[in-house]
Design a protein around this ligand. Structure first.
Ligand SMILES: Nc1ncnc2c1ncn2[C@@H]1O[C@H](COP(=O)(O)OP(=O)(O)OP(=O)(O)O)[C@@H](O)[C@H]1O
Ligand SMILES: [Mg+2]
Length: 330
């Protein structure tokens, strides 16, 4: 009799949880209670755009909560593997999101520390046989309890079979199994290169259950990002300055140089504009509160001068080539 009672009760609970899970994943229903109270969520919400990533975060939170509840009821649980691939152009938010993922996993109790160990090829690949395995294992060890974030991860596969990068991949693949609950591995890089990388080793793709694309930002999104950065720094734009900023961003995006869709463009423009305003105020000898807050149109950086002043020859070359192509090669 007791057994029967328990069975009915647990069946009821399972059905309730199933319904709860369904409603969580239904975007039209209110799911904000799932994410309430988590600091990382507040920061995720502040990010401009990135709709697919925000959706994934909500799914992860729901999944983790439900798995924990199932575990308490003695029900079978899915393995929690969160290794991820981030694919996107420069400045599309990959590093920012990786850091927030670390924080989220800590808050959810999945990772002990949630620190993000950011590394690149040179931190993993050594110069002689055995050196790479030692260096990579050391980075894995440092990342236990947190996230190991490998930027431009495709470069590990670039040198072919004789390159030590392959040794680093082998160590990482083994570590993903050995320490599957102790760290999260995030590999990031440009979309095409990451696809080639995943194809370079037959076991790789299936080991990353989460693959996220970071789209280039639109002009509107870049303007929002710029305004958000200004607000954080307690600056405002005059109406004319806002128009000039939007035009500068639109120019960059339409010309299509390497800053296209890149949030670093927004940061660079506003930081340069803040310095221009400071210089103007010193010359004007005018330090009223209002003057200290507002950026005028004359403070907003002109993108062309930025490109010309940039020391990075590649930036200039790409810009010139695109400009030439856009004007029919004249
Ligand atoms: N969605 C966003 N909302 C607000 N700020 C953003 C957003 N995405 C990126 N940023 C800001 O833009 C800058 C560049 O972002 P980030 O370093 O995360 O890009 P990335 O994809 O890692 O670039 P890279 O490939 O060059 O390493 C950072 O200052 C970040 O705070
Ligand atoms: Mg980055």
């Amino acid at each position: 009799m007791k057994i029967h009672f328990n069975f009915v009760n647990s069946a009821k609970k399972e059905i309730n949880e199933h319904c709860l899970k369904q409603s969580i994943f239904n975007k039209n229903k209110n799911s904000s209670h799932i994410t309430a109270g988590l600091e990382s969520i507040k920061e995720f919400k502040k990010l401009v755009g990135l709709g697919n990533i925000k959706e994934l975060v909500e799914e992860i939170i729901a999944f983790v909560k439900i798995q924990k509840k199932r575990e308490l009821e003695g029900l079978a649980t899915e393995p929690m593997v969160f290794h991820m691939i981030f694919k996107g152009n420069p400045g599309t938010g990959k590093t920012t999101v990786a850091r927030l993922m670390g924080k989220l996993f800590k808050e959810l109790g999945i990772l002990e520390k949630g620190d993000v160990n950011e590394v690149e090829r040179a931190d993993l690949v050594g110069e002689y046989v055995g050196h790479t395995a030692q260096k990579t294992r050391e980075q894995v060890r440092k990342s236990l309890g947190g996230v190991l974030f490998i930027d431009e991860a495709y470069s590990l596969a670039r040198g072919g079979v004789k390159d030590f990068g392959k040794e680093a991949i082998d160590v990482l693949v083994k570590a993903m199994e050995d320490y599957r609950n102790d760290f999260v591995l995030i590999l990031a890089g440009y979309k095409v290169e990451m696809e080639l990388f995943l194809n370079s080793n037959p076991g790789l793709r299936s080991r990353f259950p989460i693959q996220l694309e970071f789209s280039d930002y639109t002009v509107e999104e870049l303007l929002k990002i710029a305004k958000m950065m200004l607000e954080e720094r307690q600056y405002c734009l005059t109406a004319e300055a806002e128009i000039k900023l939007k035009n500068a961003i639109r120019n960059a995006v339409s010309i299509g140089h390497c800053y296209e869709g890149n949030a670093r463009l927004a940061r660079n423009i506003i930081e340069k504009s803040i310095r221009a305003q400071a210089l103007r105020l010193i010359h004007e000898n005018n330090f009223s509160r209002e003057q200290l807050i507002y950026l005028k149109a004359c403070d907003i950086e002109d993108l062309t001068s930025k490109i010309n002043n940039n020391n990075d020859n590649n930036v200039i070359k790409i810009f010139e080539a695109k400009k030439s192509a856009a004007s029919g090669g004249n």
